[in-house]
Structures are given as C-alpha cells and as structure tokens.
Design a protein around this ligand. Sequence first.
Ligand code: FAD
Length: 310
Amino acid sequence: MAFGMEYDVLIIGAGSAGLSAALTLGRCLRRVLVADGGPPRNAASPGVHGFLTRDGIRPAELLRLGQEQLAPYETVEVQCLHIDTLTRQGKGFCATGHGTADDTPITVSARRVLLATGVSDILPPLPGFRELWGRGVLHCPYCHGWEVRSQPLAVYGQGRTVTGLALLVSRWSRDVIVVTNGPGHLTPNARRRLRREKIGIREEPITRLIGAKNGELRCIEFANGDQLERAALFLHAPQHQRTPLAADMGARLTSKGAVWVDSKLHTSIPGLYAAGDTKPGTQQALLAAADGNHAAIVINESLTREECPK
Ligand SMILES: Cc1cc2nc3c(=O)[nH]c(=O)nc-3n(C[C@H](O)[C@H](O)[C@H](O)COP(=O)(O)OP(=O)(O)OC[C@H]3O[C@@H](n4cnc5c(N)ncnc54)[C@H](O)[C@@H]3O)c2cc1C
C-alpha cells in the first residue's frame, strides 16, 4: 500500500471524462479505482454527435467501448459504486460510498481524487419536457442542430439567454420561433435582433409539449389552445452538480455552481482535481474526454513529484 493508500487515484464518475482519465492513468501503471455511479448526463439521447471517429454513437455504447479498452490495464478497476462522502486523510483522501447494485457500503483511500461527476439539467416543470428530453427537446445545436436542420424549430426561455440561443439556432434553420412561456423580458434591442433574423416570438403561457412515442416533438400547446407545430425545441436549462462532494469538502465553486479549477484542472483543495462538465467551460463529450486525459497527466506528474522529492 504505497504512501498508506489503497489507490493512487480515485476517479469518481465513469463518463467520457472519467474513463479517459482512467485510460491515461492505466498507461502510467497507476493503481486506479473508477467509481461508476450510473448513467451519464446524455443517457436520454439517441446519439453522441461531433465525437471524432464515433459521430452518432449511442451514449451507452461509447462508454461500453471506453470500459472495454481499459481491460488490458490491470491496475485499473471499474466498480459500480456511488461515492457518498469524501474527506481528507493525511495528504490523500478517504471516500465512502455504496454499491449501486447491492447497496454494499465501501470505504476507499486514495492519494488523489478526480471528480468527473458531471451535471444534471433542470427542465421546466411542464408536461412533455422530461418525456421528450434528448430527442424533441434539445440543449445544444452543436450536438443536435444538424439532425433538425432546415426544420421548424422553437427556442424556449426568457431574456438574454433565449435571444443568444435563438440567434445561434437560426444558423441551422430559417424557421425559428422563440417561446417564452409568459413575459419574455426581451429588451427592445433583443426584439430588433430577433426580428432582423425573421425569428418570431410567442409570449403566451405554454401548457404542454405534445410529442410522438419515440420522443420526437410534434407541437407546443399554449394556454389559449393554440398549437404550434415544431420539429424540435432548444433550451439552455439551468444545471446543478450531480454530486455535492466538492461543495461538501469546501472547494471553491463559480457563481454558476461549477467546480472552480486552475489551468491544470486542480480545484482549490490540494489533491482534488475536476474534469468534464463538472468544471466551467464548454460542455461536450469530446472536451470532457480531453479534460480527463489532461487531468490524468497532471495527476501523474504530481504523484511523481511526491515520489521523487528534490
Ligand atoms: C440530452 C443531451 C445530449 C447530448 N448530446 C451530446 C452530443 O451529441 N455530443 C456531445 O459532445 N455532447 C453531448 N452532450 C453533452 C455531454 O453529455 C457531456 O458534455 C458529457 O457527458 C460530459 O462528460 P462527463 O464525463 O463530464 O459527465 P457525464 O457523462 O455526465 O458522466 C458523469 C458520471 O459521473 C457519475 N457520477 C455522478 N456522481 C457520482 C458519484 N457520487 N459517485 C459515482 N459516480 C457518480 C454519473 O453517474 C455519470 O456516469 C449532451 C448532453 C445532453 C444532456
């Protein structure tokens, strides 16, 4: 048990960020435990788009391949575990959690911890949003704009956020309508910019989204009974961290609730790193994988410095 810890690195989360970090750390001969706590953020989506060599792959299949390619690296273990607590133990960490299949309690120690736990999207509490999420209700035109290009689209939200997203989505389709579900809080300038791109605005309250069984959107129903046919609706949903582990440890968070990191993906807690959606920045599966690779290199170098003092 080098340095009194069972593992060199505990990676919490087995999405693109976590599995990519595990691959690089396995190649560094590091003893790694990956806690796989369940489905990734994009589980509801039919395909991961824009991922080099894997464009359109099912989210679960991408991660299955990621786990399969860890098999040669005997120092890496992936376990179906949810980590519940994280505390300091000397220069390292002690984590407790439970098996996701059988609830068995576990305690592990590790010299470094990588948080690759991602975020959850908070959808409006209206019928249809959750049901159509990932297919008819979309969060990002870079991920799904091509699939609905040139079709009638809606963009949901209020104020500056909806204006920016609607202008962006209008690069994929010339038929875009902003739906604000009540007062849109749009400035005269925002209205002018939308009008210039021929983007309509509907400010009536929405009662529900009507979709097909396969999750595609058919129309948006307003409180006055009107139905607006649309092929998809985009929104920037607020997010929260999938786990409060960083906050519980007292790690610095940004004003938007992301885990703050420096340019080396180090959080404000020594030895605790963060990669992927959990930290600030553009959220894409490929960028999360790149982050995992980056964090793994930084962590391996920090372990090497500890092992080979000046
Ligand atoms: C509907 C939808 C569609 C998307 N489509 C695309 C796309 O087409 N292309 C693209 O590039 N991006 C897409 N994205 C964005 C993409 O899903 C994320 O950028 C990516 O999943 C981030 O990877 P991650 O590893 O940081 O987090 P995640 O993939 O969310 O993985 C985090 C993992 O950590 C686990 N976890 C959380 N807490 C714990 C804990 N306490 N213990 C153990 N495990 C834990 C979670 O269960 C999860 O498996 C989409 C997102 C959504 C919502």
